[in-house]
Ligand binder design. Structure first.
Ligand code: UDX
Ligand code: ADP
Length: 463
C-alpha cells in the first residue's frame, strides 16, 4: 500500500518537527498537520519561519523548504482526517491531575477524543499511528473505539514511538539511531507496518528500522526514557556524595564513562532533569507496575523521580543557606528557564521548582532566557498554584537582556546550559552585582577558575 496523504493530529513539539522532516524527505507525500489551537497553527503558518511556535535548531529551514509544497498546517481536522491514508496521533498525554491514577497515570482524554473523531469522520480505510508517548495497551483502546464506533471501514493501529530529544530534534529525525514500528502480527498488520517502513526508508537505512509487536514497541519507549532518566538520577545521587567527601563528580563521570559498558553519554550532573517525557513516562511505568501488583518494580523506578525531586530541592536549599540563611528581599538572577538548551520548551523544567522554593522564601527573582517568553514563565509558576498570580507577578521580573538581569543581584543561578552564557563578559557582570557575588551553577557550565579569579564565589553541582 502506497501512502499518498498523511494527516498528523497535534502540531506540538513532536508532531511539528516530525511531520516537517517527513514532508521534506518525501516530496511525493502530502502532509497536513492539524491542531485545535488556532494561535499555534497561525504561528506555524507565519510568513517568517523564525516565528514558528517550536524553537529547534534547523527547524525553520526545514519548514521553509516544504511548507506550501507538500507540508500544510491547518485547523480543519475533519477534512485532513477524511483525506488521509495514514493518520499520526501526536496530541499531548499529560499526567492525570484528577481521579484514579492522579499524579501518575497518563491522561488519555485527548487520545480518546482523537480516536472518536477519526471514527466519526473516516469513510475509507486508515492506518492510525500512535506517536504520542502512551502507556502500554493504548493501541488496543484506540482500536476498540475505532472498531465499535466507526463507519465500517478498516483501521490498522501502529505504534511508532518518538525518540527525538528536544534541542536536537531535526538532527535526530534526519539520522535516528533507530526507528521503531509496532503492529499486529496479522497479514493486514504486517502490510500496515510495511507502509510506514517504506516512508522512513526514504532516508533511514533499512537496518535501523525495527519492527515489533505493538506492546513491545509501546513498552520500549517507556523503558528507554526510564533508563536515560535513571542515568541522570544515578549521577546526581553521586553528586551529593561528592560534595560531602571532596570528590569531583565530573571526574567520576569521566572515569566511569570510559568503561565501554557504561559509555560517556547522559552522565552530566545537573540541577535535575526536566522535559515532558522522563517524569511522565516513569510515573506511567510505576502506575502500570502497581496495577499488576508489582510493588518492588514500581518502587525501584519511583526512586528515580524521588532522587530528581531531591536534587531540585537541595539546589534551592543550598542557595538559601549559602546566602546566610535568608533570601528575603534579595535579588537572585536565573540564567535560563527552559528544561535544556536549544529549546523553548519549559515543561517540568527544574527552574520552575527552584523558583517556587525561592519565591516562598520571599526572594526577588530576575529571569533571563534567550528563547522563553515572560508569558510562559508566569504561566509555569501559576500552574503550580503555590501562590496567587499577583504574587508571582510581583516576585519575578523577566528581562530580555542578561546584563540587566544580573545588575544589583546578590547571586546568579544557572538553570539551563545555553552556550551563550559562557561567552558573557563576566567581569562586567561581577562589577554590577552586590558583593560578595555568588554563582550557583546548576549545569556545571561555567569556568570555575576564571570566575573565581574575577572574585565570584562559585558553587557547582557535585564538587
Ligand atoms: C527525552 C529522550 O532523550 C528522547 O529520546 C525522548 O523521545 C523524549 O525524552 P528530551 O526530554 O527532549 O528527550 O531531552 P533529554 O536530552 O533526554 O534531556 C532530558 C533532561 O535530562 C533535561 O532536563 C536535561 O538537561 C537532563 N539531562 C540530560 C541531565 O541533567 N544530564 C544529562 O547527562 C543528560
Ligand atoms: P508534544 O510534546 O507531545 O508534541 P504538545 O503539547 O507540544 O505535546 O502538542 C500537542 C498538541 O496537540 C497541542 O498543540 C494541542 O493543541 C493538540 N491537540 C490536543 N488534542 C487535540 C485534538 N483532539 N485535535 C487536534 N489537536 C489536539
Amino acid at each position: 500500500m502506497e501512502i499518498k496523504r498523511i494527516c498528523c493530529i497535534g502540531a506540538g513539539y513532536v508532531g511539528g518537527p516530525t511531520m516537517a522532516v517527513i514532508a521534506q524527505k518525501c516530496p511525493h507525500i502530502k502532509v497536513t498537520v492539524v491542531d485545535l489551537n488556532e494561535k499555534r497553527i497561525a504561528a506555524w503558518n507565519d510568513v517568517n519561519t523564525d516565528n514558528i511556535p517550536v524553537y529547534e535548531p534547523g527547524l525553520s529551514d526545514v519548514v521553509a523548504a516544504a511548507r506550501g509544497r507538500n507540508l500544510f498546517f491547518s485547523t480543519e481536522v475533519d477534512k485532513a482526517i477524511a483525506e488521509a491514508d495514514m493518520i499520526f496521533i501526536s496530541v499531548n498525554t499529560p499526567t492525570k491531575t484528577y481521579g484514579v491514577g492522579k499524579g501518575m497515570a497518563a491522561d488519555l482524554k485527548y487520545i480518546e477524543l482523537c480516536a472518536r473523531q477519526i471514527a466519526r469522520v473516516a469513510k475509507t480505510d486508515k492506518i492510525v499511528v500512535e506517536k504520542s508517548t502512551l502507556p502500554v495497551r493504548t493501541a488496543s483502546a484506540i482500536k476498540d473505539i475505532l472498531d465499535h464506533t466507526g463507519n465500517g471501514v478498516q483501521f490498522q493501529i501502529l505504534s511508532n514511538p518518538e525518540f527525538l530529544a528536544e534541542g536536537t530534534a531535526v538532527q535526530d529525525l534526519f539520522a535516528p539511531d533507530r526507528v521503531l514500528i509496532g503492529g499486529d502480527t496479522t497479514p493486514e498488520g504486517q502490510k500496515a507496518i510495511q507502509a510506514l517502513v517504506d516512508i522512513y526508508a526514504n532516508w533511514v537505512p533499512k537496518d535501523r528500522i525495527l519492527t515489533t509487536n505493538v506492546w513491545s514497541s509501546e513498552l520500549s519507549k517507556l523503558t528507554a526514557n526510564a533508563f536515560l532518566a535513571q542515568r541522570v538520577s544515578s549521577i546526581n545521587a553521586m553528586s551529593e556524595l561528592c560534595e560531602k567527601t571532596g570528590a569531583d563528580v565530573n571526574e567520576v563521570a569521566r572515569a566511569i564513562g570510559m568503561d565501554s559498558r557504561i559509555g560517556p553519554k547522559f552522565l552530566k550532573s545537573s540541577v535535575g532533569f526536566g522535559g515532558s517525557c522522563f517524569q511522565k513516562d516513569i510515573l506511567n511505568l510505576v502506575y502500570i507496575a502497581k496495577s499488576y501488583g508489582l510493588n518492588e518494580v514500581a518502587d525501584y523506578w519511583e526512586q528515580v523521580i524521588i532522587m530528581n525531586d531531591h536534587q531540585k530541592r537541595r539546589f534551592a536549599k543550598n542557595i538559601i543557606s549559602t546566602l546566610y540563611n535568608t533570601v528575603s528581599g534579595k535579588k537572585i538572577t536565573f540564567l535560563g528557564w527552559a528544561f535544556k538548551k536549544d529549546t523553548n520548551d519549559t515543561r517540568e523544567s527544574a527552574a520552575i521548582y527552584v523558583a517556587d522554593d525561592l519565591l516562598s522564601e520571599q526572594a526577588h527573582l530576575s529571569v533571563y532566557d534567550p528563547k522563553v517568553t515572560e508569558e510562559q514563565i508566569l504561566a509555569d509558576l501559576n500552574y503550580l498554584d503555590t501562590r496567587s498570580e499577583t504574587e508571582n507577578t510581583k516576585g519575578i521580573i523577566v528581562e530580555n537582556n542578561p546584563y540587566a538581569a544580573c545588575e544589583g543581584a546578590h547571586a546568579i543561578a544557572v538553570l539551563t546550559e545555553w552556550d551563550e552564557f559562557k561567552e558573557y563578559d563576566w567581569q562586567k557582570i561581577y562589577d554590577s552585582m552586590l558583593k560578595p557575588a555568588f554563582v550557583f551553577d546548576g549545569r556545571n557550565l561555567l569556568d570555575k577558575k576564571a570566575l573565581e579569579k574575577i572574585g565570584f564565589v562559585y558553587q557547582s553541582i557535585g564538587s
